[in-house]
Ligand binder design. Structure first.
Ligand code: 5GP
Ligand code: ZN
Length: 114
């Protein structure tokens, strides 16, 4: 998608600090980290949000699920724990319309979210 910030991060047109990459998935550090570890995990295929997941593209979610434990291990937070969250639409406060999972950790996180 020509106009999509995260598609530009995938192509390298917008720089990012990559932490993990496979053929299908990219993970990079959030530019405004909300925790000591704050990584965004995205499919290389453009999907606008989790609301657009269906039978033909849901493999992207499995691909992301598979890399999460590896990234947590790599970042040294797998034992203490962490959070995965995806914001959807206006009420979810999604600001970038390319499916992304936030991986947050490295400190005690609050719950429930505001
Ligand atoms: P959302 O608000 O859609 O759930 O998450 C979007 C995330 O993307 C935010 O946490 C924001 O800080 C991050 N972000 C926005 N622009 C950039 C950017 O250019 N580079 C990186 N690495 N993160 C970005
Ligand atoms: Zn995109």
């Amino acid at each position: 998608m020509a106009d999509c910030l995260f598609c530009k991060i995938i192509t390298g047109d917008v720089p990012s600090e990559k932490v993990f990459e496979t053929e299908k998935v990219l993970a990079f550090r959030d530019i405004r980290p909300q925790a000591p570890v704050h990584i965004l995990i995205i499919p290389k295929e453009h999907i606008a949000s989790a609301q657009q997941i269906n039978a033909s593209n849901s493999q992207a979610v499995a691909d992301i699920a598979e890399v999460i434990p590896k990234i947590a291990e790599q970042e040294g937070i797998s034992k203490q724990g962490y959070r995965i969250v995806t914001n959807i639409g206006f009420h979810g406060q999604q600001t970038v319309e390319h499916l992304h999972y936030h991986l947050l950790g490295g400190r005690q996180l609050g719950w429930p979210p505001g």
